[in-house]
Ligand binder design. Sequence first.
Ligand code: PBG
Length: 333
Amino acid sequence: MTTSFPNKRMRRLRAKDALRSLVAEHALSVDDLIYPVFVLPGENAREAVPSMPNVERLSLDLLLLEMENWVALGIRTFALFPVTPMALKTDCAKEAFNPEGLTQTALSAIKEKYPEVMLMSDVALDPFTSHGQDGLIDADGYVVNDETVEVLVKQALSHAEAGADIVAPSDMMDGRIGRIREALESKGYVNTCIMAYSAKYASSYYGPFRDAVGSAANIKGGNKKTYQMDPANSNEALHEIALDIEEGADMVMVKPGMPYLDIVRRCKDEFNVPTFAYQVSGEYAMHQAAFANGWLKEDEVVLESLLAFKRAGADGILTYFAPKAAELLNKSY
Ligand code: PBG
């Protein structure tokens, strides 16, 4: 048989670096990276996030300066997450659609300085609700769907008006993609993309992010299980994704990332649409902890962890490792 040893030696194609590259099935590129950044109110403010080493929350003036380095590394898409002072958080989350709010201000300021950069905005109410949930709540603390969607539509429109290229609803309310798409169309924002956080799980890997945006301490009810997905489910993710595509999503996302690569693969196989994955804060934190302890080698592991997303079928990855990965990728080419 020609296919058996020694005619077939699987190691033959692994013998040289150039040969390994030649037959590589997948590749990670800087173009695949989306960098999530945290924006602080005020000026000249820079704060570390203790559970996310090397991630800083920056006021807009400093963010505009830092961005120059990231853009020089080749990063072209950024996801903005605002840090909202407690005083601006209300039960009705009205700061979410304030045209002068931090997200809206940041969107237009960044667009002005870096017109070629793509900006993605988070559509969800958790930074703006006094109770920390992603939507409005009733007397029992239940997140009410349809009323929340009304506010999300206003929020998404205010982001589009401020210059967002991509609005990214991360709230998991039913029907929000359709309503947002309808509103964008009716206001003439026909080229504003929607990246739907379609399969977003009620995950405990979001902990460090909630520290970073300051929504952790106050999550009323303690979790988001009545709207985010049960980690036990996989078929349900495909139903969510199908609905979001049907309602007008241009791109879909699976979140968290590495523990949910099976969902990324199923999504890509089933729908063949632009598919993204979010390597979330907890994934970043656990990698950083291992690097800090000398238990894992940072450079190799960062690239391996991101390549895994490509192999699973992701077209792009939201990752806090974006600048690090870009540096490494620029070096190796
Ligand atoms: C909130 C939102 C969350 C993340 C992105 N948008 C947290 C949550 O749902 O509680 C998590 C990102 C991360 O952990 O890195 N709508």
